[in-house]
Design a protein around this ligand. Structure first.
Ligand code: SF4
Length: 289
């Protein structure tokens, strides 16, 4: 297997075979994200990907899950993805799940028929980063898409019968926009109706463009208590029956997990208890990306 640079994958793909079909992220401009800054984006040749898959087949007897990395594997030509998926079907008959990151742009660039076909060939879930449902926050963070485009992308994925996992980031509105960020993120997620929501908490690395804005005083970070208040506000607006909500990433101050909408009150209660100091909050040094 050949890997280039640091490999990122969603926490739920911890036991998946990871194969890079792209290197880096096609967007790579978000000012809060350092994940793929070391890599200049390119799409790998399908032939190389098939060689890696063959190599994995030779090494591993049983592969149940395959994650197509890096940041935006869905940007590949549908034809190339089809040949990769055909190869997986032929060589890994035991594989029951193929997943990838898909940027909203890449999803929107595909016809509905193309997404339908990818689903039939085995794509079972797409991970998509919403980050915020507020257009002001998205523009400030240089995400490159609007909330409405994210909603449209989500509907296309769902229509194709592909499960959708969406991440949002607590604290991304900073002190100025926290309330709008919380409310709009809750409302946009409710329109997207994902199957899974993962809520992370903003963490700042010194080399990020956002770190410069913090140093200059232009962007003010929320403190841990404000983050919990913001999370509470966001959960209030969530209406996604059956969706699994997780906020148990290493970056979060308090771990939350529940099924929407039924567990909303329980999660809000837990946050209230943490705000009152009755539940232990993760110390800053224990947080990680
Ligand atoms: S947040 Fe997502 S889209 Fe933005 S640069 Fe990072 S990986 Fe790429």
């Amino acid at each position: 297997m050949r890997y280039e640079g640091m490999i990122y994958r969603p926490p739920s793909e911890a036991y998946s075979l990871i194969v890079q079909v792209t290197i880096g992220c096609s967007q790579n401009h978000c000012i809060f994200c350092n994940m793929f800054k070391e890599k200049s984006f390119r799409i790998r040749k399908a032939k190389e990907v098939l060689e890696d898959l063959q190599d994995a087949r030779n090494q591993y007897r049983h592969v149940e899950k395959i994650f197509l990395a890096d940041g935006d594997a869905l940007v590949c030509k549908t034809q190339d993805l089809e040949s990769i998926l055909h190869f997986i079907q032929g060589k890994f008959p035991e594989c029951r799940q193929v997943t990838l990151y898909g940027s909203p742009r890449s999803i929107l660039m595909k016809d509905q028929e193309e997404l339908d076909k990818l689903q039939r060939l085995g794509i079972s879930m797409i991970y998509m980063g919403l980050e915020s449902g507020n257009d002001g926050v998205l523009a400030y963070m240089k995400k490159g898409v609007t909330a409405q485009e994210m909603i449209e992308a989500a509907h296309k994925v769902k229509k194709a019968g592909i499960r959708l996992s969406v991440t949002a980031i607590s604290g991304l509105g900073g002190r100025k926009l926290w309330k709008d960020h919380a409310k709009d993120t809750g409302l946009v997620l409710s329109e997207m109706k994902p199957d899974y929501i993962g809520l992370l908490t903003l963490m700042i690395e010194e080399s990020l463009p956002l770190a410069d804005k913090i140093r200059s005083g232009e962007f003010e970070l929320l403190n841990p208590y404000d983050i919990l208040i913001e999370t509470k506000e966001m959960i209030k607006y969530l209406d996604c029956p059956g969706c699994l909500f997780r906020s148990n990433h290493a970056s979060n101050y308090v771990n939350l997990r529940g099924t929407l909408n039924q567990d909303k009150e329980t999660m809000i209660h837990l946050l209230d208890e943490a705000i009152k100091g009755n539940i232990h909050m993760k110390s800053e040094w224990m947080r990680a990306l």
